[in-house]
Design a protein around this ligand. Structure first.
Ligand code: FES
Length: 347
């Protein structure tokens, strides 16, 4: 067992042999920014200031050699070899949001496009399941496998959660929904009992800011953003809000009607759908191209903005680079959840 101290003089906790710093921190109720828990997204980056770690297995794009040389580590893969001290951004997320493992029942599966479905899961009525809109759950599968999906609704009294799932051909979880069967795959149908772990992740709305808000989504990245915006409407929190949603084809805008209804509840709400591969037959009259380029065409400076981006790593990384370098968005005001793919993982 080793001791990890976060921010000298702040808090310390024990890490079991073979355990990652992130896992031990969460067990101790200490929440630092994280996303994939799999060494792929880079959200859990911190600095090591004393001691030695095993870096574990991670993707190069999440932690470059240069970053390693300048003492950056990924908390989700780092295992202490000695006692260590790190500097990290400790978030004050309450204990009630600590993840737990629960059974759940598939209530309904609704296909909304050729390759996107909405799965409704019911959690046990006697279990309080508190989460922050924008967080995700892991569906626990046989053989220690798991699939991560964002919850696309604000917390509800009836313990129902909604996941927006894109077909991942050949993957374990989604094939059966889209009519592809195989004995080794999970069959998702009504009344099926699954197990999940959650809530997870630190993609949630920061209320202690009066900045203008831009939401940037690609594909099913709209799911957690839907959860956040619906909750803002429920709590009647008024901000100036822009929502940019990028998809390949107009038919992929499966939530447009829903989104248009939000402008009745939120005073200053602009919805900008952006299509990247419209054909002549689509007769699309709206914006085209990369979704974050549309945002950049509309804004000269993001000094007074918070940006929440969710979707493919390509979009999230490009948006981070362009918005911070070209439109003066402060790095700390960019919040993201990239749908990383590790092995045959996720979303
Ligand atoms: S790289 Fe650690 S949470 Fe994604």
């Amino acid at each position: 067992m080793k001791t990890v101290m976060i921010n000298p003089g702040s808090v310390s906790f024990e890490v079991n042999d073979g355990e990652t710093i992130l896992s031990a921190a969460l067990k101790n109720g200490l929440v630092v920014p994280y996303g994939c828990k799999d060494g792929a997204c880079g959200s859990c980056k911190a600095k090591i200031t004393a001691g030695e770690i095993d870096y574990g297995t991670y993707q190069k794009r999440a932690l470059s050699e240069f970053e390693k040389k300048t003492q950056s580590i990924l908390l989700c893969t780092a295992k202490p070899i000695t006692d260590v001290t790190i500097t990290a951004n400790l978030l004050s997320v309450a204990k009630e949001y600590q993840p737990k493992k629960l059974p759940c029942r598939v209530e309904n599966v609704k296909k909304v496009t050729d390759d996107i479905a909405i799965i409704y899961l019911r959690l046990p009525a006697n279990q309080k399941f508190s989460f922050l809109p924008g967080q995700y759950v892991d569906i626990l599968l046989e053989g220690d496998k798991r699939r991560s999906y964002s919850m696309a609704n604000a917390p509800r009294e009836d313990n129902l959660i909604e996941l927006h799932v894109k077909h991942n051909p050949g993957g374990l979880f989604t094939d059966s929904i889209f009519g592809f069967q195989s004995e080794s795959k999970v069959e998702i149908k009504e009344k099926k009992i699954l197990r999940l772990e959650g809530p997870l992740g630190t993609f949630y709305f920061r209320k202690n800011s009066d900045k203008n808000i831009i939401f940037l989504a690609s594909g099913t990245g709209i799911g957690p953003i839907k959860a956040i915006i619906e909750n803002l409407a429920l709590e009647n929190l008024q901000y100036n809000i822009w929502l940019y949603w990028g998809v390949r084809k107009p038919k992929d805008l499966y939530l447009s009607d829903n989104i248009k209804s939000w402008s009745k509840k939120i005073t200053n709400f602009a919805y900008i759908p952006v299509v990247s591969e419209a054909s002549v037959e689509d007769n699309w009259k709206g914006r085209t191209g990369f979704v974050h380029h549309a945002l950049m065409e509309d804004h000269n400076s993001l000094v007074n903005y918070n940006v929440y981006a969710c979707g493919s790593p390509l979009m999230v990384n490009a948006a981070f680079d362009d918005l911070t370098k070209k439109l003066n968005l402060a790095e700390k005001n960019f919040f993201s959840d990239a749908f990383t793919v590790a092995a045959d993982v996720k979303k």
